[in-house]
Ligand binder design. Structure first.
Ligand code: TYD
Length: 210
């Protein structure tokens, strides 16, 4: 049984908070859970994350895509697949849907390129999610949350600092992916407060748990 659940959405949608709550919900039922994230949750990935997001370098779009995919392949082989092999649930903050939204759609790399989806599958090393929770939030609200975080001292990444039009393209891409999806993605209304979002997530978990 595939127990990989991915958490997706625009920056500021609240998925990381919900991932922790979902892990606690599963653990309270005696389940083994591994929480992880992309990019950066391996030793190599930590370096790739720094290259991608710290802002010291501005990779061209093609290099950006390849670095995210390199991080993913390392992550799948080193963390995700071994955890799944132990029977654990793996809750992963971002996965290939983010690459589709940020690189293929928002960076417009998908235009005219037919083989990029195959590259995405290649980087997954055979591991695709059983379930993807898409935290749907209007970009204007997400931007307000990001501003609050920055005011509280949280450092933004190179991608957080992209123009609002970029984040609008990311949001539209997630929505398109959801429309095209055949049952893997579940839409969560992320505009509700934390407990309102949590209740939706737990209802979905309950359905896939039993
Ligand atoms: P992070 O600080 O982990 O943000 P978040 O909590 O929003 O996930 O930064 C990850 C950033 O990398 C985020 O802006 C989305 C972006 N990203 C891509 O552009 N492509 C990808 O394939 C992945 C996994 C992330």
């Amino acid at each position: 049984m595939n127990r990989l659940i991915t958490f997706e959405g625009v920056d500021g949608c609240g998925k990381s908070t919900q991932l922790k709550l979902a892990a606690a919900w599963l653990q309270a039922r005696g389940e083994k859970v591994v929480t992880t994230f992309e990019p950066g949750d391996t030793a190599l990935g930590k370096e790739i994350r720094r290259l991608l997001l710290a802002g010291e370098f501005v990779p061209v779009a093609e290099a950006e895509l390849l670095l995210f995919l390199a991080d993913r392949a390392q992550h799948v082989r080193e963390v995700i697949q071994p955890a799944l092999d132990t029977g654990a649930w793996v809750l992963c903050d971002r996965y290939s849907d983010s690459t589709l939204a940020y690189q293929l759609a928002a960076r417009k790399l998908g235009e005219g390129a037919s083989n990029l989806n195959e590259m995405l599958r290649f980087a997954e090393c055979g591991v695709s999610p059983a379930l993807t929770l898409w935290f749907d939030l209007p970009v204007a609200i997400a931007a307000r949350r990001m501003k609050k975080r920055a005011e509280a001292g949280e450092k933004s990444t190179r991608l957080d600092d992209e123009a609002i039009s970029f984040h609008e393209r990311v949001a539209a891409a997630f929505s398109d992916q959801f429309d095209a999806d055949e049952g893997r993605m579940v839409r969560i209304d992320a505009s509700r407060d934390i407990s309102g979002v949590q209740a939706q997530v737990e209802a979905v978990l309950q359905a896939s748990y039993s």
